[in-house]
Design a protein around this ligand. Structure first.
Ligand code: PSV
Ligand code: MN
Length: 400
């Protein structure tokens, strides 16, 4: 690929930041106060705008409802969207929350009680209206639904209840709004989860229609799962809707993307870049062109904006390396069953130093070539600490 095409493709890379990634977070055992962390929606948008200003690839913020409902000066969704615009941002995916209210102890869309299912569905319908008002084109859906002991509930009845709720939700979607249906194999339910894997999510999408797609959260698989193969399979089916990027060592750790497994991140991007190159000619190519990329990370130990900028730089590097894969050589090696040769093609790209290329990209966009260093030198965090540190820390939510 020539350098101009490379720079042009890198220049189009975009990732959404999660509003909750800028607030104080912690572990399941507690939330840690961080003097710089954002408490209000205005502060989250300001911080997200700062991360965007330095990187240029984070133009939208995903919101979690009700954590991010308008309050105070932001009196409605138009005001929220206007505030985002002031910070150079748009509103990304709207994330309903049916996992914290005590009514959802035994499930939401799968709950045996129709009253609870109705409440969960109404919340989703409210989120459709929020998406319309805030200018978002996606709902990102995650369900904590599952059971904790054998025999607790009827698996098939739960599936049918979930499908019925989804069908009503789907009927309420305007044509531009996509559903990103997220799966997770366990937690908070320990015996079974109703949307436990990509197969369950994909089957549901098939039953619903083309606006329903699967979202892959990289932290939501059993250890050792081949995520790049899942990505390839979903692309091939035209069902890959989006990502929640983060990194993990043991469970759903929500660590900074690429911090533990950068080669895996590269291999995921390799599948995406290969599909992109097929363009409109294949289902995978058409699907890849519409994937919604998002971070879903909690920064309990790092400065939140620094961690976000670091994440943006990491995904830029992973994507740049994936674009450098010599596809013709890879194809030749595969065709000849040259296993070592094929792997070496990938390793060659993976070991390339793409940082000079990315510095050139940023300079051409009028940005500092070293976003993390530039942000650290800017004094923004010090000013935020001075303004925010005397306030009580609100738990803005961080289920991970
Ligand atoms: C669940 O673990 C999840 O990944 C979902 O995306 C939620 O919306 C998010 O975490 C909340 O932190
Ligand atoms: Mn997630």
């Amino acid at each position: 690929m020539d350098k101009n095409t490379l720079l042009e493709r890198l220049g189009r890379q975009q990732i959404e930041t999660p509003s909750w990634g800028f607030s104080a977070s912690g572990t399941r055992f507690g939330t840690f106060p961080q003097p710089w962390s954002a408490t209000t929606l205005e502060e989250k948008l300001a911080d997200a705008g700062e991360a965007q200003r330095y990187t240029g690839i984070l133009p939208r913020v995903a919101l979690h409802i009700p954590w991010d409902k308008p309050t105070g000066a932001l009196k409605d969704w138009q005001a929220v969207a206007a505030c985002a615009r002031q910070h150079g941002l748009g509103i990304g995916a709207i994330n309903p929350n049916v996992f914290q209210d005590p009514d959802y102890q035994y499930g939401s869309f799968c709950h045996p009680d129709p009253r609870v299912r109705r409440k969960a569905l109404d919340h989703h319908l409210e989120c459709v209206e929020i998406a319309k008002a805030a200018g978002s084109d996606g709902l990102s859906l995650w369900f904590a639904d599952g059971t904790n002991y054998p025999g607790q509930d009827d698996f098939r009845a739960r599936r049918q209840r979930m499908l019925a709720c989804f069908q009503e939700l789907y009927r309420a979607l305007p044509p531009q709004l996509r559903l990103y249906i997220e799966y997770k194999f366990y937690e908070p339910a320990w015996y079974h989860t109703d949307l436990g894997d990509w197969g369950a999510a994909a089957l549901l999408c098939r039953k619903l229609g083309p606006q329903a797609t699967v979202l892959v959260d990289t932290g939501h698989h059993p250890l050792g799962t081949n995520i790049e193969w899942i990505v390839a399979s979903l692309l091939d089916e035209g069902l890959l809707g989006g990502f929640h990027f983060n990194s993990r060592k043991y469970g759903d750790d929500d660590l900074t993307v690429g911090s533990i497994n950068p080669y895996e991140l590269f291999l995921i991007y390799n599948e995406l870049a290969a599909a992109e190159e097929e363009g409109q000619a294949t289902a995978a190519g058409r699907c890849a062109a519409r994937v919604a990329y998002m971070f879903d990370q909690c920064h309990a130990y790092k400065n939140t904006i620094e961690a976000t900028i670091q994440s943006a730089m990491t995904v830029q590097e992973a994507y740049a390396k994936a674009l450098l894969v010599d596809r013709a050589a890879l194809q030749r090696a595969r065709q000849a069953c040259d296993v070592t040769g094929a792997e070496e093609v990938l390793k060659d790209a993976y070991h390339s130093d793409v940082r000079p290329l990315l510095r050139e990209l940023r300079t051409s966009q009028g940005r500092d070539p070293e976003p993390l260093k530039a942000f650290r030198a800017s004094g923004y965090s010090e000013r935020a600490v001075a303004q925010r540190s005397r306030r009580p820390v609100a738990r803005a939510g961080a289920a991970g």
